[in-house]
Design a protein around this ligand. Structure first.
Ligand SMILES: [Ca+2]
Ligand SMILES: [Ca+2]
Ligand SMILES: [Ca+2]
Length: 190
């Protein structure tokens, strides 16, 4: 009988903890985030220029996504789809023809579409890369404000720099749960 009571107590407490995490998390967590290699990825909350997207990424402690392997590229297609043009953190705005990642990491992988980057002069040159040009994932260099159209961008944030609110809360809640359970057990013995 005490065992059964303990189980009911645990189930009830667990339910409360899950509800608490859901409520507390609602105002903090991004719409859709995806994790890969200890980094968090999510889309900018509006459409705009590459520069505007990068500014928003910095506000989250991150940068427009850097793609350093085929695995990371595949992960991005699986997470955000292969058809919507999305800004990535690759640009040759500093030196024409020398594309670099916005966070300074080494260039270990590229995925340009055929004929790109072409720095198309019709648009006054192109210095900012987006993925999903014609084929899933493939990159094209575009003007910052592409044909007066606006794009969303993919933001990448190192998880080490961002304590996950739900994780911290979950750990605390499990601690409380453990103490409550222990107290109930102590109580049932007396
Ligand atoms: Ca990256
Ligand atoms: Ca260029
Ligand atoms: Ca181009």
């Amino acid at each position: 009988m005490p065992v059964k009571t303990d189980l009911i107590v645990v189930k009830s407490l667990l339910g409360s903890v899950i509800s608490l995490i859901a409520v507390m998390g609602a105002g903090v967590v991004q719409a859709a985030t995806f994790n890969f290699n200890s980094h968090k990825y999510f889309l900018t909350d509006s459409f705009g220029s590459w520069t505007k997207a990068q500014t928003q990424a910095e506000k989250f402690g991150g940068y427009l996504v850097t793609i350093s392997s085929q695995a990371e590229q595949n992960f991005l297609i699986e997470s955000f789809g292969g058809s919507e043009l999305l800004w990535i953190g690759f640009s040759d705005r500093l030196i024409e023809g020398e594309f670099t990642w916005i966070n300074g990491e080494a260039v270990s992988y590229t995925n340009w579409a055929v004929g790109e980057p072409n720095n198309e002069l019709v648009f006054g040159g192109e210095d900012y890369a987006a993925m999903n040009w014609r084929k899933p994932g493939e990159w094209n260099d575009l003007p910052d404000d592409v044909w007066k159209r606006q794009l969303r961008g993919i933001i990448e944030v190192p998880l080490a720099h961002v304590p996950e609110p739900s994780t911290v809360l979950g750990t605390m809640a499990l601690g409380v749960l453990g103490i409550s359970y222990w107290r109930k057990r102590q109580g049932s013995r007396n």
